[in-house]
Ligand binder design. Sequence first.
Ligand code: LLP
Length: 428
Amino acid sequence: MGTSVLTPASVRRAGTLHMSDVPLTAVADAVGTPTYCYSADVIRDRYARLTAALEGVPYRVHYSVKANGCSAILRLLASLGSGVDVVSGGEMFKAQRAGLTPATDIIFGGVGKTASELREGIAAGVKLLNAESMAEVELIGAIAAELGVRANVGLRVNPEIPVANWHHYIKTGEKGHKFGIPYGEVAAVAQRALELPSVRLAALDMHVGSQLTSVDAYEHGAARLVALVAELRALGASELAYLDVGGGLSVRYDDEVPMEPEDFGRIVTRAAHESGLELIVEPGRYLVGNAGLLLARVIYRKQSGGKSIVITDAGMNDLVRPALYKAFHRIEAVEPLDARLTADIVGPVCETGDFFALDRDIEDAQPGALLALHDAGAYGYVMASNYNARGRPAEVMVDGARFAVVTARETYDDLVRRETASPTWHHA
Ligand code: LLP
């Protein structure tokens, strides 16, 4: 079995943690903390490894923007050949701003697209709108007819299979989940799509879950999709072009053994080959998760109830995964001292759930020390909020020996920009 990490996002040189050839101390000095840092090299490596595993059939990678919508990352992935998968009008806007072309590069998914979002996607002529219900197919048909176009529609199927991963919040393909069209209803929805002259039934799609621990769900789900392809062709679906198997490839956060992209590739390319359709994959976490870290500074140390508590300037508003999913992120001192401690690593937010780690054995971290919260490139900044009126952090791209701020830290002015002191009152 190969290893899932080709280029590590950080290395220690002369005692100091670096990302590529940039000491993280230099980033903190120039940009302050908390700051997300992303390694361009790691993203390039992941993209190369994944695409190598998909060779042999026609395919396209559509990076899932929800994992990290930083425009510098979108531009980098686009330059490597990736398209995107978006789930809101906002993500589509960002993708277009980053240079992606709707007709060839953008797939629009999501369980609750509004009529105005659908209109934006249809008017832009996106490559695929992945629909999740009969009602949505009808709405797409009506809007496309009004605009005088034929919309390319994929049907997101709920394969209704057991899914193995570490948190039930990120499973999506089991019976009863809100996502997708229940397996047994897909044929009826397809039949309706085939009747609508303004709809081109172009794809079948699934997404079974995120951070999947084995390829079994893909194997099972893809087989169910392939069976449906035959069923829909028998119904007259002659314009099917794509088999979209979603995202979900896992990465290493702690000592778990992630899925090998080669194993994933074998299964999904076989399914694409059997169906005669072009393969689409929508990875998010795999491409960016291990590429990013959150740089934070220790503000205080205290003792409470016999425990050591390390308070950092990053909080749950910056990285919510530990609070929301009890997710594990490795934590290292950027310039470790010669001692260790067991401590709760927490943020400054007024919530007991505002922690990054509890009872964690880490390198000693005195006030002023820099910490790296690893593997925070996916579902980090995108899930950040302004809770406690905290501006969202800066984002930095590291490439070789260079680094650049690609998203400025939010300022106090940003926190009030959308508010007005003289509102217009409506009379009911
Ligand atoms: N395609 C669809 C339709 C999805 O719903 C998702 C993720 C992806 C692709 C990309 O999945 P990935 O390759 O990244 O596993 N916030 C959670 C993860 C939520 C995933 C939602 N859907 C976390 O922090 O772990």
